[in-house]
Design a protein around this ligand. Structure first.
Ligand code: SF4
Ligand code: SF4
Length: 69
């Protein structure tokens, strides 16, 4: 099963920013203020959607870890 960004409908205000920034067609605005992640095969986990979401409704299911040499 593919892992894709999780969206908390209780926090989503339907602004559509995440849909706008996704270059992979991985998100679609659905009924009301809720956004759903779809077409998960196209998601490259760039996390742009998580970054632009002002309400914290999107959480990518991974962490980026920077290693200090
Ligand atoms: S950016 Fe956040 S608040 Fe806006 S539509 Fe996407 S999930 Fe909802
Ligand atoms: S992580 Fe990137 S490719 Fe995946 S749904 Fe979000 S913006 Fe689109």
């Amino acid at each position: 099963m593919a892992i894709f960004p999780g969206i908390d409908p209780a926090k989503c205000n339907g602004c559509g920013l995440c849909v706008t920034v996704c270059e992979r067609g991985g998100l679609i605005l659905v009924t009301g203020p809720v956004v759903a992640a779809v077409e998960t095969a196209n998601c490259d986990w760039c996390a742009y959607c998580e970054t632009v979401c002002e309400t914290g409704a999107i959480r990518c299911a991974y962490e980026i870890v920077f290693e200090v040499p």
